[in-house]
Design a protein around this ligand. Structure first.
Ligand code: ADP
Length: 493
């Protein structure tokens, strides 16, 4: 087993990895930027080191610096988390060349899956269904027109090196095609350093369903069920659940078998996720994420398998100590990403300081977070405050538990998307499990509901003020609640 791990990441995922290390008796080294001097993860690590300034390229993307710290502190493993260097084949190679284990797959797997055009063609060869579209890079308009003639409008133009839902363009008619190719190519070149683009059929009302896999270096691969991640804004996930309301045991087995086949086709090891787009009973390969996913906790809740510990065990060369038939899905888990963003203003990211903070708890509630009261959200990184995860015996219990947990969540000082999550949990379409990736834009009444929810929350907060009135901490609590109320009033304006 590895003995000392450097976590090349920040925020909640850095803490998530360090928690696994703590339970396994592994020492941890944190690295942080000067914007994260006061961040919890930097204190949680056994040792931590400042590696540069706030902008990611000056710190969390500085491979040489990170590897130098790992060597100097005697680490035998580096965990990249998600984002930053997690899917960087060059980094994986450099880490291993330095005699340190990269906790993830081979550089070759990262490279193959990092290019969506290569991934599509490898998957096709392996017999995995892919969305109809181009088989290689599209460079000419005439070529694009040939593909469109075959698959029909609408189509979506994507960057081979794309990620984070950025830069994709839907095209519905001929007159838009040439400009869309040009714009996507330019965007791909500047955002991802790779101008290659390709074309896929655009599915109108799909669901996003993904399969978690684990594979050891001895050739055993298992799947840990699915996650439904259809509730997205700007092609980025906001709410995920496991299992999916539409996946039957038979479909789960079929999708799982395909995911295992996809992983084996590239000799994959460690944790990975095969993302599928699901439409009218059929599923198609979208991409493979060669790292731990933000939403991995919901799978942990229903399978009782600690995915990060398994990543570390696999990287240490240990075989999986369970087989596919040992994996049982138990109950239902939902994750709400709690972000500092304004759901009533097109989910615009908000910066600011958490002047008051109380996270929910109780049975079946898990909060993965890297924040604390008085924490200032730095402008350089994503605006996620926490991942609120609940587990219940069935979907109804999970929804009721999420409502209860959201009710308990108090964040003072910054605008969050909590009212959005509260509105969704009450929405009849969501409750019926009728989801698609267009859920948010189509549920126009959600804004109305959010305003109502904010109004309701106000009176609950007023009651809270009353309860705390005679307490010694009354002054502080009252101040926090008053500030909370005025922040709600501000949102309303
Ligand atoms: P990224 O790597 O940028 O996250 P993905 O290919 O994983 O891009 O797609 C992200 C999201 O974009 C999907 O979950 C889905 O909502 C939407 N999307 C992608 N491809 C298609 C498609 N062919 N048809 C419809 N929606 C799509």
């Amino acid at each position: 087993m590895l003995k000392k791990i450097l976590v090349a990441n920040r925020g909640e995922i850095a803490i998530r990895v360090m928690r696994a290390c703590r339970e396994l008796g592994i020492d941890t080294v944190g690295v942080y930027s000067d914007a994260d001097q006061d961040a919890l993860f930097a204190k949680y690590a056994d040792e931590s080191y400042l590696i540069g300034e706030g902008p990611p390229h000056k710190s969390y993307l500085n491979m040489d610096k990170i590897i130098a710290v790992a060597k100097a502190t005697g680490c035998d493993g580096i965990h990249p988390g998600y984002g930053f260097l997690a899917e960087n084949a060059k980094f994986a190679t450099a880490v291993r060349d330095a005699g340190i284990e990269f906790i993830g797959p081979s550089a070759d797997s990262i490279e193959k899956m990092g290019d969506k055009i290569i991934a599509r063609s490898l998957m096709q060869q392996a017999g995995v269904p892919v969305v109809p579209g181009s088989t290689s890079e599209v460079t000419e308009l005439a070529e694009a027109q040939r593909i469109v003639a075959k698959i029909g409008y609408p189509v979506i133009i994507k960057a081979a090196g794309g990620g984070g839902g950025i830069g994709m363009r839907v095209v519905r008619e001929d007159s838009e095609l040439e400009a869309a190719l040009e714009i996507t190519r330019n965007m791909a070149g500047s955002a991802f350093g790779n101008p290659s683009i390709f074309i896929e059929k655009y599915l109108e009302h799909p669901r996003h369903i993904e399969i978690q896999i684990l594979a050891d270096k001895q050739g055993h691969t298992v799947f840990l069920g699915e996650r439904e991640c259809s509730i997205q804004r700007r092609h980025q996930k906001l709410i995920e659940e496991s299992p999916s309301p539409v996946v039957t045991p038979e479909l789960r087995q079929t999708m799982g078998d395909v995911a295992v086949k996809a992983s084996r086709a590239i000799d994959y090891y460690n944790a990975g996720t095969i993302e599928f787009i699901f439409s009218e009973g059929k599923f198609y390969f979208l991409e493979m994420n060669t790292r731990v996913q933000v939403e991995h906790p919901i799978t942990e809740m229903v399978t009782d398998i600690d995915i990060v510990k398994e990543q570390i065990r696999i990287a240490s060369g240990l075989p999986l100590d369970f087989a596919q038939e040992d994996i049982r899905m138990n109950g239902w888990a939902i994750e709400c990403r709690i972000n500092a963003e304004d759901p009533l203003n097109n989910f615009a990211p908000m910066a600011g300081k958490l002047r008051g903070y109380r996270s929910p708890g109780g049975i079946g509630v898990r909060v993965d977070s890297g924040v604390h009261a008085q924490y200032a959200i730095p402008p350089f990184y994503d605006s996620m405050i926490s991942k609120l995860v609940v587990h219940g015996r069935d979907r109804n219990e999970a929804i009721e538990r999420m409502k209860r947990a959201l009710f308990e969540y108090i964040i003072v000082g910054v605008t969050t998307n909590i009212p959005f999550h509260k509105a969704v949990m009450k929405d009849p379409m969501f409750v019926r499990g009728e989801l698609s990736t267009h859920y948010i834009e189509e549920q126009k009444h959600l804004s109305e509901e959010m305003r109502r929810v904010i109004e309701e929350t106000k009176s609950l907060q007023e009651k809270l003020t009353g309860i705390f009135k005679d307490d010694r901490k009354a002054a502080a609590v009252t101040a926090a609640v008053t500030a909370y109320l005025s922040s709600l009033a501000a949102v309303e304006d």
